[in-house]
Unconditional design. Structure first.
Length: 335
């Protein structure tokens, strides 16, 4: 049966869809191609997916109930991998209605489609941001997650609770994956690697929040995609949650140092206080995921950053020095 991948033109969605297609799967990808960041990057990802004969794309907004109902009525899906969402911790503070529409209403439409379509397994993206300001490290699935510090985090926790409800009421097998600071080729321009690289190559200063006293569990995109594919291949078992992270937190200044080394340039740093919605540190306990998937993300940061920089230079080519229209400030996302 076909696999539905929502957010197929997005960073994680593109890599997951390509992984499925490389295995010979039939994939239906949907995305609304919104302008949260450059739609040209999304179209470039899609162009690579359309090289596979098993790929079909539809421009659908998951918040469009009629379009989603028609999609599930038209096709029978074995697995649904839900990766579409409105992202951005601080963006959620300024644009709450956008997040409610995409992350709550949109997810409800996905759940309803899975229920009515008798989908074998729903796999959906959650986030390490659900742990909020939790200071106990590493973050474990059993830790309290009832104190989110951004609306984005609150919507992701709501998704987990909604999926639990559908699993309990309707027997829908649902697995939530709490991703930890994903980075790599074809990444999002609003996240730290992309924005830092643009600023450094453009000769601009980078904003370093909390005066550099931040740590993140950076997880390379290929490890994230492999983790999703492993979960999709396993026999579903009711309702499950897993952390998917590298389990090796890296300091922000160490991360910047790796990027400087790969780019061959030094960064001019502007040290600033912590911003609203930011957490100081993330660290994933992945033992449950290891036992379930037989896989543990392990790509070293130096390796992942080198691959990202290589892609960045190839993608932007001669225009690379002018690619600073996203601004010099960088956002270190929790996921």
């Amino acid at each position: 049966m076909k696999t539905l991948v929502t957010g197929a033109a997005g960073f994680i969605g593109y890599h997951v869809a390509e992984g499925l297609l490389a295995e010979g799967r039939q994939v239906v990808g949907i995305d609304n191609l919104n302008a949260y960041y450059d739609p040209g990057l999304k179209r470039a990802r899609l162009a690579r997916l359309t090289r596979y004969p098993g790929f079909e794309f539809a421009a659908i907004d998951i918040a469009d109930r009629a379009a989603m109902e028609a999609l599930f009525a038209r096709d029978a899906f074995g697995n649904v991998i839900h990766l579409a969402a409105q992202a951005g911790v601080r963006y959620s503070i300024d644009n709450p209605h956008v997040f409610a529409e995409a992350n709550l209403t949109g997810f409800l439409h996905v759940l309803e489609g899975c229920r009515r379509g008798r989908v074998r397994h729903l796999i959906y993206a959650s986030s390490s941001s659900v742990y909020g300001g939790n200071t106990k490290l590493p973050f474990s699935i059993g830790d309290p997650v009832d104190s989110p510090i951004s609306l984005y985090a609150a919507t992701k926790r709501a998704n987990e609770l909604m999926a639990h409800c559908y699993a309990h009421l309707y027997g829908l097998p649902a697995t939530g994956l709490r991703f930890f600071t994903v980075y790599g080729p074809w990444g999002r321009p609003d996240m730290a690697p992309f924005r830092f690289a643009a600023a450094i190559l453009g000769g601009q200063a980078i904003d370093v929040y909390n005066y550099g006293r931040m740590w993140r569990d950076f997880t390379y995109i290929d490890d994230i995609a492999e983790g999703v594919l492993r979960i999709a291949a396993r026999e579903p078992a009711g309702y499950r949650l897993f952390n998917v992270g590298n389990s090796e937190p890296v300091g922000l200044l160490d991360f910047i140092g790796e990027l400087e080394g790969a780019l061959g340039r030094r960064a001019r740093k502007r040290f600033l206080p912590r911003q609203p919605g930011d957490v100081v540190a993330t660290h994933a306990d992945v033992e449950d995921f290891w036992q379930a998937a037989g896989f543990r993300p392990a790509t070293l940061l130096a390796v992942g950053i080198e691959r990202f920089v290589r892609w960045y230079r190839e993608y932007f080519g001669e225009a690379i020095h002018e690619h600073s229209n996203t601004g010099a400030g960088a956002v270190l996302r929790a996921s």
